[in-house]
Design a protein around this ligand. Structure first.
Ligand code: DQQ
Length: 608
């Protein structure tokens, strides 16, 4: 049973749990931000959990995000819909709350909200994947049966001694008539693809879903890096006529200065509709997206462009915004993502991993690490054709209860207004702010206007609204997971600045975690980016989904998105409150604020 005792007791408990000399040694080197890389570099791959998730203070476990019951999870792998069930696979260490001994965990759901876990789908038991079953994707073959493509980390085999490092491999369902796809067989043709000559075989991973070209030949991409200083990220193209033997044929795209490309994803988007498309979609209504996960900064970047299936090359619409250079799915914590076409609802769905922002010691103590962000419906913004839009899948709304709405709330300069109806750490909040009149803020200092493009959310947090000049508008927004006295708070806010030249507002959308916790050893980064506000937009809106230690925020209908991981010490459970605030120099009108409590989903092992 969960014991709830005061955090200071938890701290004492923590000391006891960290008794193992090995863990203490590792902890000495551990940075605040836990990542699988740290442990890999330390060579600590098999630390066993020193606690289970059931007997320590657990205010940070989420209630409606996907997490296994215990231990370490990272990338989403091979999501798919089959015979009435959504399948979700994930990088999983069955033994500990740190990265290592990676397998594919497996869970199933009818709605991508309520989950049942199954036993491990894939584990390292062949020479070509003995050191780990790494990330990959699912592909439906012509007969409608899904297969899994993944990266195996090979042990130096005695009979295959020339093959080492990362290989690409395939698994097929043992019984395709089983809707739960419980058993997977590794292909006798494995490994199906090897690193091409000249490429580093320990930087060769994460196969995409495969697609069939106009010529009937299958294609897939594998992430890699090249260049004398290993700084050019690239996606290697492999082709196959029988799906069993794959040949390297070139690079679909590469971008200097981006480093290793992990988890590439390429997919078509409809230029006018929210409808998702299969990888085979072609025609004038189609553009393509190429997304990669940059190992060097742990962010997911995409570009919008054209995939030419004759040349097998991808070209971004705007070279300055090529993959890895400009647009991100999420300006907070979101990595190693993967999309899939959901043929059940004709939409493309995006999954992404939100790592912990607390210390590795904390992960070991609480017995688990990482959550998956809510699955997001993703489509091309019809207005701009230049960026994607994301929104929590509609099924998430089924968890809402006790709606409360307040209208026309005035938030004066320097004021903080409680949203009385909203209490707790499981909330869905939608706030519409009135947009300022276009004439406001015109007297902007010309020097500041010149620098405006460089203004960041961090500047605003460290220097206050003065950072943007007296006639800008904001910052104003919402404090969530806040104590009544605001000593702990996570702040999601907007700040508008007039661009002078075109008489348009430029709008920063920010997440300030600097006051999110009284704890010292947690990440308190300030996140943010600009969000497009069109002339036709009536309001400035944000939807914020709060779930104990994760806050996912969607601005302007999902044009810009940001995920935070926070660990309040006091603002937990019912002690967490919501406030509207205005730290700007002009009053702000909140046209409406709606809040819902979110029900918990109970993720358990599947029992028929
Ligand atoms: N995680 C996997 C790799 C992938 C990385 C290993 C991205 O396949 O490149 O757990 O987080």
């Amino acid at each position: 049973m969960e014991q709830s005792f005061h955090p200071t007791m938890a701290a004492k408990h923590r000391v006891m749990l960290l008794a193992s000399a090995m863990i203490l040694l590792a902890a000495l080197f551990s940075p605040v931000e836990a990542s699988h890389k740290d442990w890999h570099q330390l060579g600590v791959e098999s630390i066993k959990s020193s606690s289970s998730a059931t007997h320590v203070y657990q205010p940070y476990r989420t209630a409606y995000h996907f997490q296994p019951r215990k231990n370490w999870m990272n990338d989403p792998n091979g999501p798919l819909y089959y015979k009435g069930w959504y399948h979700f696979f994930y990088q999983y260490n069955r033994d500990a709350a740190v990265w290592g001994n990676i397998t594919w965990g497996h869970a199933v759901s009818r709605d991508m909200v309520h989950w049942r876990t199954l036993h491990t789908a894939l584990k390292g038991d062949k020479w070509y994947d003995m050191k780990g079953v790494w990330s990959g994707s699912a592909t439906f073959l012509d007969n409608g049966v899904p297969v899994l493509l993944y990266t195996g980390w090979a042990i130096n085999g005695t009979d295959q001694s020339s093959i080492r490092g990362q290989t690409q491999a395939m698994a097929v369902p043992e019984d395709p008539s089983d809707p739960l796809l419980r058993e997977w067989d590794k292909s006798p043709h494995n490994p199906i693809a090897l690193a091409p000559p000249g490429f580093n075989d320990s930087m060769f991973r994460d196969p995409t879903e495969a697609w069939k070209g106009y010529d009937g030949v299958w294609r897939m991409l594998v992430g890699a890096v090249k260049g004398t200083d290993q700084s050019i990220g690239t996606a290697l193209l492999y082709k196959s006529t029988d799906f069993n033997k794959w040949n390297f044929t070139g690079e679909i795209q590469s971008v200097a200065g981006t480093g290793m490309w992990e988890c590439p994803d390429i997919y078509p988007v409809h230029v006018k509709e929210k409808t998702g498309l299969r990888l085979s979609a072609r025609g004038p209504h189609v553009k393509h997206v190429l997304k990669v996960s940059l190992d060097r900064n742990k962010h997911d970047y995409y570009s919008v462009g054209t995939y030419d299936e004759k040349t097998d090359l991808y070209t971004p619409d705007d070279t300055k915004l090529d993959t890895g250079l400009g647009l991100r799915y999420d300006y907070g914590k979101f990595y190693a993502s993967k999309t899939f076409f959901d043929q059940n609802k004709n939409r493309r769905v995006l999954w992404g991993w939100a790592n912990e922002s607390s210390s590795v010691q904390d992960d070991i103590e609480k017995g688990w690490s990482s959550v998956q962000c809510l699955p997001r419906h993703i489509w091309l913004d019809e207005e701009s054709s230049a960026n994607l839009v994301q929104w929590p899948i509609e099924e998430v709304d089924k968890l809402r209860r006790n709606e409360m709405t307040e209208k026309n709330v005035e938030v004066g300069v320097g004021k903080v207004v409680p949203v009385k109806a909203a209490k707790g750490a499981q909330l869905d909040i939608v706030v519409d702010f009135a947009l300022p009149e276009k004439s406001e803020g015109l007297e902007q200092n010309p020097n500041l206007l010149a620098e405006m493009g460089h203004l960041t959310c961090s500047d605003l947090v460290t220097k206050g609204s003065n950072a943007a000049g007296p006639h800008s508008f904001g910052p104003f927004g919402v404090h969530v997971l806040a104590t009544g006295d605001l000593q702990e708070r996570t702040s999601i806010f907007f700040h508008l600045i007039h661009d002078g030249k075109h008489q348009n507002w430029k709008t920063l959308f920010c997440g300030d975690q600097s006051q999110s916790s009284l704890q010292q050893d947690v990440d308190k980064t300030v996140y943010g980016s600009y969000v497009r506000v069109d002339d036709s937009d009536k309001v400035l809106s944000v939807r914020i989904l709060v779930d104990h230690s994760i806050v996912e925020s969607f601005a302007q209908g999902g044009r810009t998105v940001m995920t935070s991981r926070v660990y309040p010490e006091l603002a937990v459970k019912d002690a967490a409150h919501v406030f509207l605030f205005n730290n700007g120099t002009e009053p702000v009108t909140v046209k409406s604020v709606s809040t819902w409590e979110m029900k918990s989903v109970n993720i358990k092992f599947y029992k028929p």
